[in-house]
Each structure stands twice: as C-alpha cells, then as structure tokens.
Design a protein around this ligand. Structure first.
Ligand code: ATP
Ligand code: MG
Length: 449
C-alpha cells in the first residue's frame, strides 16, 4: 500500500478525551473514530488489525473443531422470554420495537438463538458433540462506556456454543476451547492468563476469564507468577485426545479474579515471592452452564437408548475489539504503538527518504514491489515530506520493521532496517534487504507453531 493512496488520518495532538494510552494511540494513529458514546468506526488501518485478529480467532476455533456460522444482530424478544432472560437482563439490553409493534433486541449475546437453531435440527446423540460459533457485533448499553473500544457499547465478539450429551463430554468440549484460547492469545503476542471467574448473567458453575495484565485493567486479579511464562500447547495438539492434563497443568497454579479470590487460599497456595496481585483486562471468558438454556428451551436429543436427553452446554466469548487496545496497552513505548508481527496491520514499511528524486523513487519502488512479491504485508511511505516526519509516523503507527533508503544509501548500495521494538538498526546491501526482512518476519507470524 502506497501511503499517498491510503487513508491514514494521523493526529499530531493527543486527544483530551482519551484517558489511557491505548485509546490515545488508537485515535492518534488513525485506527478508530468515535461516532457516539461507546460507538466507533474502524478506519482502514484499525480495520486491518481487527481482521488479522479475526483470522487468528477463526483459525484456532476451526482447529479445535468448532464450526463457524453467522447469526443476526437483531433478535426476537420471544426467544429470550423462553429462557427467562428478557426480564432478567436489565438495562444493558437495548430493546427495540419494530413497525408491527413486535419486541426485538440488539443481541448482547446469543445463547437463546443458538439453542433455537440447535433444537430445530439436532435430534440425535449421533450428531454430538457440536460446537458452533460466530463473530458478530454485540450491543450492551454499558452505564459507563470508556477507554475507547476497551469498553464500548457496540463491540465485536466471537461467541462459541458447545452441545454435548452429558457433563463429562461438555467438560471435554470446555477443555478444547480452553486450549484453543491459550493458542489464540499467544498467537496475537499476548500473555493472557486463565483465571477462575464468576459466571454473571450467563450463569453456570465452571468459568475462566482470560486476563491480560495491565495497570489500566478494570479487573483485580491474584495469581502465581509462574502463570506468566508457561509454554503454550503446540499446533500439533490433538483435539480429539484427552486434554485434561493440559488444562490441569494450567489450572493447578492459583489464578483468580477479585470476585473469586479467597485471600487465605491464595496465601496458602502461592509462596510470598511468587504472588502477583495486579490489574488486568478481560479478553475472553469460557463458561460451562449445563442445562440452563437447553432445559427451558427444550433442546433435547434421543440418547443411544432412545430416551430423550437434555443437552449440556457451554459458551465461550472473545472480545475482538477489546483485544486491539489490550495489545497496545501491553506493547507500546513513548513514540507510539509496537505491533507484534502476527497482528501488525503492515509487517514492514519502506521509507523513501527523498520521494520525488527519480533514482531514489525507482529504487524504493522496486524494494516495495519485491517485498510485496515476497509475501510481506508492506506499506510504502512515498510522500514528499521531510524524513523526520516519516520516522515519527512510522514509529507512531508501530510497523514492526522499517526499511529505509535515501540517495546516500543508494550511492553506496546500502539500505537500513530499523527494528521498531528494540530500536536496533542494521545496514545491509540493498539486494539482500528483502530476504533479510522475510527472515526476521516469518518466525514471528506464529502461524505454524
Ligand atoms: P465485562 O466484565 O468486561 O463487562 P463481560 O464479562 O460482561 O465483560 P462476557 O459476557 O464474558 O463479557 O463477553 C465476552 C468478552 O467480550 C469479554 O471477555 C470481553 O473481552 C468482551 N466484552 C464484553 N463487554 C465488552 C464491552 N463493553 N466492550 C468491549 N468488549 C467487551
Ligand atoms: Mg466476562
């Protein structure tokens, strides 16, 4: 992408309304624009990150055996009357009436609708296990939307729903999602710790919140320090096998959110030098809730003996539009965002130090073309502006690698690569610059590990 043909509205000043660094940087680097309280447009640069995150979520959901579909945002109130949640949900639910005076709502979650789909088609134990998910906008009329897309009213969520014959199989489905979540966040460059959690309005008796530690996080958490650097299950994990040992390994160390933490238990379980009491951002949550929805909504199947069985369910959310600020909270410096390669909107930026100069243009144009042909997501700063401004923009928007070339380097046959995260610079022959970039980038994509 040539910057002269792109739409990247970068701001010089830090907007006053933004309290936390991720919100400031998302506005300054042209990722989002606020449209109303808790409602944001995703501008092209932000949308690229969001779509990279979405792709990782889809790949890991699919790998674990979940199947993607798409349900509407507007739902009929009648379904929610069946489960009893239409009255119970409270003011966070946006209630709408259509021209025929029918009660509708903008879905804050989809347990009822997916249970309706399930009961319509699935009649036999032979069709189980089943896990269906979608990635769709949700609306929750939060009392205090704040921190940009961290807590907005309209937000993009992945929500998966598992259906099984009994509790034991439902827990196996829970474990598959648990492992998929560990891989999902790791692939995004995040350290997200699974913590025992309360179930809230979703209900149920087994739940974990996946938490990214950050001072600006809204959740208080207590955990064992060794949770921060545990190895992640590999791409070869057998999702048809028994995942209990992996889940046990992750849940045997103490990690709980504020509402669930018992101080005496925490202090007994974690030696003083390993105690982490911190703040964190909830980037996902998993629930097993048995027959809470399937019983009132009559989601039954015929078991192997022909008897009707009410299915056991779980639901599993990931907040895609919250993950973007969570990554920025975890990965930035005084000059701007520092994207992990795996989610970076562009993996590299070619910086032409003298746009308008025919020879430099020709050399930079061909570096840009070569990088694109090598499969690198590359941005090309071909604007006729001073070098200082280009460096500042590149740092602000956080592209992991800058490939810099000007007339002097061209004369010497040398280009420069700047590593955004460390500030390290390497000078190398122009002819080998792209293969070096590729060697730096590929292992950090985390798509094969
Ligand atoms: P919170 O406690 O932060 O209000 P929640 O527990 O009500 O969230 P869930 O029902 O568990 O949310 O939703 C699944 C995921 O969706 C959350 O883990 C979070 O990442 C994301 N999410 C929930 N509410 C919001 C919101 N208002 N804005 C952005 N993301 C959200
Ligand atoms: Mg939650």
């Amino acid at each position: 992408m040539r910057l002269t043909r792109y739409f990247l509205p970068v701001l010089k000043e830090t907007p006053k309304e933004a309290e936390i660094i991720s919100h400031q940087l998302m506005l300054r680097a042209g990722l989002i624009k606020q449209q109303a309280a808790g409602s944001y447009s995703w501008l092209p640069y932000g949308y690229r990150v969001l779509m990279k995150i979405q792709r990782i979520v889809e790949e890991e959901q699919n790998r674990s055996g979940a199947i993607e579909l798409l349900m509407p945002t507007l739902q009929s109130a009648d379904l929610w009357r069946e489960s009893g949640r239409y009255e119970a949900y409270g003011k966070e639910m946006l209630r709408i009436r259509d021209r025929h005076e029918r009660d509708m709502l903008y879905g804050p979650t989809n347990e009822e609708m997916i249970t309706d789909i399930f009961r319509t088609y699935v009649k036999s134990y032979k069709d189980l296990p089943l896990n269906l998910y979608h990635i769709q906008w949700k609306f929750r009329d939060e009392v205090r939307p704040r921190f940009g897309t961290m807590r907005s009213r309209e937000f993009l969520m992945k929500d998966a729903y598992s259906f099984d014959l009994d509790k034991e199989r439902a827990v196996a489905a829970y474990n598959r999602m648990f492992v998929a979540y560990l891989r999902t966040y790791w692939r995004m460059g995040l350290t997200a710790i699974p913590m025992r959690a309360e179930t809230g309005p979703i209900g149920g008796d087994l739940s974990h919140e996946f938490i990214v530690l950050a001072d600006t996080g809204e959740s208080g958490v207590f955990c064992h320090a060794d949770m921060l650097d545990k190895p992640i299950p590999s791409i070869d994990t057998d999702y048809d096998g028994d995942l209990t040992p992996i889940v046990k390994d992750w849940t045997s160390l103490y990690a709980a959110t504020e509402d669930m933490a018992d101080m005496a238990e925490y202090e007994a379980a974690v030696p003083a030098e390993k105690r982490i009491s911190a703040r964190g951002i909830e980037v996902g949550q998993t629930f097993y809730f048995g027959t809470k929805y399937s019983a009132p909504m009559k989601a039954n199947v015929a078991g192997s003996d022909g008897q009707e069985v009410t299915v056991h369910m779980g639901s599993y959310g990931i907040g895609l539009t919250r993950i973007v600020p969570a990554i920025i909270e975890a990965s930035h410096d005084e000059n701007g965002i520092v994207w992990p390669v795996s989610v970076a909107p562009f993996e590299a930026v070619v910086i032409n130090l003298k746009a308008g100069d025919a020879e430099t243009d020709a050399a930079c144009d061909s570096l840009y073309a070569e990088a694109g042909a090598a499969g690198i997501d590359v941005l090309y700063d071909d604007r006729e502006v001073a070098a200082g401004g280009k460096f500042a923009t590149a740092d602000l928007i956080g592209v992991p690698y800058q490939l810099i070339l000007g007339p002097r380097g061209l004369k010497e046959g040398q280009a420069e690569i700047k590593h955004r995260r460390t500030g390290e610079r390497e000078t190398l022959p122009i002819a080998s610059a792209v293969s070096r970039l590729k060697a730096l980038i590929e292992p950090q994509r985390r798509d094969k590990a």
